[in-house]
Design a protein around this ligand. Structure first.
Ligand code: ZN
Length: 270
């Protein structure tokens, strides 16, 4: 039986961990070798032949009985996938105040959480596109989720006692929010995306999305008045990780990179 894999916002981190530590109990999880193959290609810049060799080495190291001849077709698939796709790494997504305000009008807290999770998830799906040949990507400003994302959405919303069927039932109540494509296409388009966002909020903490939900949807306690910050460079709003943070996550990364380059150049001069 195939186990359903859950959506990862940072496959790079997942892959690095597996590559360095292997699998628990020395049992190869075949659904994860795709990640390992992509990690090897991205990290070492290997072409097809060396990549295939290293993937086989990795599998043999995990399982002495791994037989590359028996698994030849599977190995080919792993390598092909690694040559065509990158590892997903989503550091942040943005939502707009208008999108938040639309969801805020909903009365049920449970539904609000689910719709917020859907909003974030649809943006992550789009940003996390991992095709290497970007020229073949269709560009559209539509956002979608799939029915097979439902378990991930429920997980993000931290809801227990909610099944995928429950979620489907809830979504049908908000027919102005979504377009449901025929069941066989398994696709839902979000109709409340702000195509001209004026006020933007950056979201980074996907492991604890309901923390961001609390800040955006619930009354902020007076002792935490400064939890939302405004970037001193681009003026976007972001959720602060520390009190001293002055720039949005994207600009923090750029500034840090510049700092490191300056430091390296100084080392060279000395
Ligand atoms: Zn910024």
């Amino acid at each position: 039986m195939r186990t359903k894999k859950s959506f990862s916002f940072d496959e790079e981190k997942d892959a690095e961990k597996i590559y360095n530590n292997g699998f628990a109990n020395g049992i190869i999880d075949y659904s994860k070798i795709y990640l390992v193959a992509k990690y090897i290609r991205q990290t070492f810049g290997y072409g097809e032949i060396r990549l295939e060799r290293e993937v086989i080495n990795f599998c043999k190291k995990q399982d002495k009985n791994f037989n590359p001849i028996v698994e030849a077709d599977t190995i080919k698939k792993w390598v092909k996938s690694a040559l065509n796709y990158d590892l997903r790494k989503i550091e942040s997504i943005t939502v707009s105040q208008k999108e938040i305000d639309t969801i805020k009008k909903i009365k049920s807290n449970k539904d609000k959480k689910l719709l917020f999770a859907i909003l974030v998830f649809s943006k992550a799906l789009k940003k996390g596109s991992v095709k290497r040949d970007k020229s073949k990507l269709k560009t559209s400003d539509n956002y979608y989720i799939h029915y097979n994302n439902f378990t991930d959405i429920i997980r993000l919303a931290r809801l227990t006692n909610t099944s995928e069927t429950d979620l489907a039932d809830i979504l049908y109540n908000y027919h102005t929010f979504f377009t449901f494509y025929k069941a066989e296409r398994e696709l839902i388009r979000l109709e409340f995306i702000d195509k001209n966002p004026k006020k933007i909020i950056i979201i980074t903490d996907f492991n604890n999305l309901m923390h961001s939900y609390g800040i955006l949807f619930e009354v902020i306690k007076p002792e935490y008045p400064k939890i939302l910050g405004r970037c001193s460079i681009c003026d976007k709003e972001f959720i602060k990780k520390s009190n001293r943070q002055r720039t949005c996550p994207e600009h923090s990364i750029i500034l840090e990179r510049e700092r490191k380059t300056r430091w390296r150049n100084r080392q060279k001069e000395n």
